[in-house]
Design a protein. Sequence first.
Length: 134
Amino acid sequence: GDHERWTAGLDAVAGRRVVLRGEVSPLVFADSTRWVLDGGADVYWGSWSFGGVTVIHDPRDGGLWAVPVRARFASERDDWFQLTLAPASRRTFGWAADLKWRILRLGVERNSRFDFTTRDNVISTVGLEFPLPR
């Protein structure tokens, strides 16, 4: 149904190569509020390369657990290739592949977890990423 979703998150450097993450997302419906929770950690090697895992619980539709695991392989100028596998307690086993080269971002993702239908989605991403002048 119709709802608003808000998200508050925190990333914390927990060591020389470890970043811990947590988010809370209230889903505000006309008659109730439900809470999506997630937490995870990334371990970095080199400047921009990392491996990470996140545990997500979404209470809608009887509850859904998803555990995306990702690995990013990056150069010193922050060009990268990233693979994600996202097993879930129900529905599809999601996956994604993303690439950033200079200012170009490309990606493809397959899952059915985010719209709570029985339809499998294939999402393509094309974009530009660049620093803004200060």
